[in-house]
Design a protein. Structure first.
Length: 462
């Protein structure tokens, strides 16, 4: 476990170093609101005019239609997008096991979210700084005409469900090809409950990180840092795959990986643009930011790989696209198009180092580089948001009284909190699952492949 703690310490030090290296930036000027006084006040104001009538929420059919579409796009990201992306990267004997894990996790979390996850994440509770309440367990009190902003609350519930479902599915790539299916399901049920839901509440549900002013538009900390840290802890606790570093373990079908990456790219517009929760100008800005950052990351990864290894690869281009999508996720609603290109190029280069140099340095077997892409990309995007949202970089500017240094500090606190919570709680949950059902399959099962030994099927009949 020394390696695990060393990695956490390394990223904490790098994050803090990034703060001191930047100059302060003035917050955007906020004009003071003024109201002209009437020429004369009546002696007695009418009783009915003493207080304004409460604003009545109205459903916006355009935003509702878009949010239903965005929700379906995020489902497309997961099944089939993520499943095919991961499935193509493993060896043929483990193809179905990865598809099965992603498919069933998506189903499992859907039920848990409706029963208690949504309520604990998005309502107020007695420990509101960390976790919400139980008032909407089993979706109690929500009806077809109940609104969340300008969209039906049912639509908001399912949109957030897709975030809760894809996040644990990301983790399986770290311990692919060696973890028991029963252990995967038990761990994911516990992880969503004790890691995802509290972090989602802290950032998006009115918890203490939201109160600090942490900016996470679509899930840099909640989804990617969260999943990346759990993935790192998991792959280190399970140990390396049999033959890792001694036997060749190439992806068995890069064609499927490219198809999966393309589905992720398309579906991610639902992920990011949908997080505006409306069809408006900000949604349009998020659209262009997501596209430019992703394209820049593809080029950044491709060229650094070309320089380092002598040739560009399809796997590298696909990995660069995912890295760019990850990094822009927290920033897409706060930075400008040129800032998105900067962030995308940085993501391609830094995540390439994460899956090569860093991984080699510490010697862990993160099978499909979940930490190298999602963990590092999420950290980069979350902290980069604090810098690039400055108006000098074309961003939206800071809240009144907030400087660049102050916002970056808040972003680092949000990242550090997520790393600590996800790392410690995930470690405990892995230990519990190991005691109850065991984490890793037997050696002969791993050699034969999880498709046949865990599910009694094979992906290909040749």
């Amino acid at each position: 476990m020394k390696k695990l703690f060393t990695i956490f310490a390394l990223f904490g030090a790098l994050s803090l170093a990034g703060i001191s290296a930047q100059a302060q930036d003035k917050p955007a000027e906020q004009p003071a609101a003024t109201m002209a006084a009437p020429a004369a006040m009546p002696a007695v104001a009418p009783a009915e005019s003493a207080a304004p009538a409460p604003e009545v929420k109205k459903l916006d059919s355009g935003s509702t239609g878009w949010m239903i579409t965005a929700t379906v796009l995020v489902m497309l990201m997961t099944i089939p997008g993520l499943a095919l992306f991961y499935g193509g990267l493993v060896r043929a004997k483990n193809m179905l096991s990865v598809l099965m894990q992603v498919f069933v996790i998506f189903s499992l979390v859907s039920i848990l979210w409706a029963v208690y996850g949504y309520s604990l994440a998005f309502t107020e509770g007695s420990m509101n700084s960390i976790i919400g309440g139980t008032s909407k367990m089993f979706l109690a009190g929500i009806k077809p005409d109940t609104l969340s902003g300008v969209i039906p609350e049912y639509v908001f519930v399912v949109f957030q469900l897709t975030f809760a479902a894809i996040t644990p599915a990301l983790i399986v790539g770290a311990f692919a090809e060696r973890m028991k299916f029963s252990a995967v399901l038990l761990f994911m049920a516990l992880w969503v409950t004790f890691v995802y839901v509290p972090i989602a509440h802290m950032v998006w549900g009115g918890g203490f990180l939201a109160g600090l002013g942490a900016k996470d538009f679509a899930g840099g900390t909640v989804v990617h840092v969260n999943a990346g840290i759990a993935a790192l802890v998991g792959c280190m606790m399970l140990g390396k795959r049999i033959g890792y570093g001694k036997e060749a373990m190439p992806p068995h079908n890069l064609t499927l990986t490219m198809v999966g990456a393309s589905l992720l790219w398309v579906g991610w517009f639902g992920f990011n643009v949908g997080s505006e929760l409306a069809a408006d100008g900000v949604a349009g800005m998020v659209l262009v930011n997501t596209q430019l950052a992703t394209a820049a990351a593809v080029l950044g990864w491709m060229f650094i790989e070309w320089m380092a290894r002598g040739r560009p690869t399809m796997l590298g281009a696909a990995s660069g696209a995912v890295a760019g999508l990850v990094a822009i996720t927290p920033a897409c609603g706060f930075i400008g198009p040129m800032g998105s290109i900067i962030l995308g190029i940085a993501a391609g280069i830094i995540c390439f180092w994460g899956v090569t140099g860093l991984k080699s340095m510490f010697g862990y077997d993160d099978s499909l580089d979940v930490f190298g892409v999602h963990g590092i990309g999420g950290i980069l995007g979350a902290i980069g948001t604090g810098f690039l949202m400055s108006e000098s970089f074309g961003g939206v500017g800071y809240d009144k009284g907030v400087t660049m240094m102050g916002q970056v500090t808040t972003q680092v606190i949000a990242v550090g909190t997520t790393i600590a919570w996800a790392g410690i709680v995930s470690f405990i949950l892995y230990k519990i699952v190991d005691m109850l059902v065991g984490l890793r399959v037997q050696e002969d099962s791993e050699r034969e492949g999880l498709d046949s030994t865990q599910h009694g099927e094979v992906a290909y009949h040749i």
